[in-house]
Unconditional design. Structure first.
Length: 136
């Protein structure tokens, strides 16, 4: 049961990461409704550097955010399928998904919207239940 919960939780993360990456590069879902906002982002840079503009940074942040979720899933799904004894036998590998999940959940609650929050909530619940179960 724990193995299934870890795989479900990681699969949700992977799906959300993939969807986010598709939305970032192949849709206008993350574009602002007000086109003047995008224009302003294209014409100003962050204070840290003049080598990029805020729009490029926005796209890059979204892409790297997506890749983080995808790589997390790409690591944990095969690990659980092929070497679940490592996850179940190591506190670090069994608890890390809960830490990642709850971290994303806090971000989703504060900064995002209902769909990613709900997906991450379900994913985090899977991770916490699985981690608790293998460590007790």
């Amino acid at each position: 049961m724990e193995k299934i919960l870890f795989i479900i939780g990681a699969s949700i993360f992977g799906f959300l990461g993939l969807l986010h990456l598709i939305y970032t590069f192949f849709s206008k879902k993350f574009d602002p409704y007000n086109l003047a906002v995008k224009e302003a982002m294209l014409n100003t840079s962050p204070r840290i550097t003049k080598q990029t503009n805020m729009w490029q940074a926005w796209v890059g942040f979204n892409a790297s955010h997506s890749l983080g979720a995808l790589f997390f899933a790409a690591f944990y799904i095969p690990l659980c399928i092929n070497h679940f004894d490592v996850v179940a036998g190591t506190v670090w590998f069994s608890v890390l998904p809960s830490i990642v999940g709850v971290s994303y959940l806090l971000l989703a609650k504060k900064y995002w919207f209902k769909v990613p929050f709900t997906g991450i909530l379900v994913s985090s619940a899977c991770f916490v239940i699985a981690a608790w179960s293998v460590n007790t």
